[in-house]
Design a protein around this ligand. Structure first.
Ligand code: ADP
Ligand code: MG
Length: 265
């Protein structure tokens, strides 16, 4: 990690987002991630988790004016008052974002999909492998080895299981050598038996001390690997703290109810 401990890696200050259809998704959210910190974002469906991740990744902007708040990543402002203010493509290169859907190109090899991560944009596919150096291919192979699927490098992505596809998507993000990782429900699209292989990879990344913000419905993973947990309710932070407190002694009745519902899910 190249940044200093004192500077937050991600700083979201008072962000509000109302969609054009009038739906208020974020209602004044502030969060902060320090280098090496692993933060879990939990909450019911529709509470605003993905909207927050998308704001940090610079994929959407907050409300115009004071209502929009401010977001800084690696100390550089990326949006303020509902306007992108930084170099978003630069920020995206430094942040690895992993979604529920793996977004691999099925007919291309796993290796090519992972190499695409280095471009920071969708490439023109014809001859794409030619654009990469031996070193870059080595890095992509290392990323695949890191998530335990190096043996699949030459297969088409379409031939992988769901768990392997998600691991390939993680390798694609790692291939950029990101300084922080954002995950949005990385295991939600997987069958329970495949979920664990992805959870294992995420746990290992957390143990390496990577800076990670992870939206998850998996309360066991959240309590096992996070340093800090944030419970979002209707676009507001209802409760946050260490996992022992949030899962062991939640104060908010809404959080208690939410945790009950996940036990029976
Ligand atoms: P979560 O990820 O916690 O399930 P989201 O961030 O996806 O929640 O959504 C928060 C709220 O914003 C929901 O009520 C959702 O329907 C609404 N919403 C999300 N995206 C859009 C959009 N593009 N247009 C309108 N409403 C949206
Ligand atoms: Mg979501």
């Amino acid at each position: 990690m190249s940044h200093t401990q004192s500077q937050p890696v991600i700083q979201v200050t008072n962000v509000c987002k109302t969609f054009p259809n009038g739906r208020k998704a974020l209602d004044g959210v502030s969060i902060q991630l320090a280098a090496g910190e692993m933060v879990a974002l939990i909450g019911a469906s529709g509470s605003g988790k993905s909207t927050l991740i998308r704001h940090i990744g610079g994929l959407i902007v907050a409300n115009k004016g004071n209502d929009g708040g401010e977001i800084a990543v690696f100390g550089d402002q990326v949006q303020a008052g509902g306007r992108l203010t930084g170099d978003v493509s630069q920020v995206r290169r430094r942040l690895g974002v992993i979604f529920q859907q793996f977004n691999l190109v099925p007919r291309l090899t796993v290796l090519t999909n992972v190499l695409a991560g280095r471009l920071g944009r969708m490439p023109k596919w014809r001859g794409v492998l030619m654009q990469f150096s031996h070193l870059e291919k080595q890095r992509a192979m290392q990323a695949l080895a890191r998530v335990g699927i190096a043996a699949t490098a030459r297969q088409r992505a379409a031939t992988l299981s769901g768990g392997q596809q998600q691991r390939a998507a993680i390798a694609r993000a790692l291939c950029m050598e990101p300084e922080a990782l954002l995950f949005d429900e990385p295991t939600s699209a997987l069958d329970p038996e495949l979920e664990q292989e992805v959870v294992k990879v995420i746990k290992a990344l957390a143990e390496e001390g990577r800076t990670m913000l992870i939206v998850t419905h998996d309360m066991k993973m959240a309590s096992d690997v996070s340093d800090h947990v944030i419970f979002l309710h209707r676009g507001l932070i209802e409760e946050q703290g260490p996992p022992e407190t949030l899962f062991g002694a939640p104060k908010s009745e809404r959080l208690q109810g939410f945790l009950q519902s996940t036990v029976h899910a």
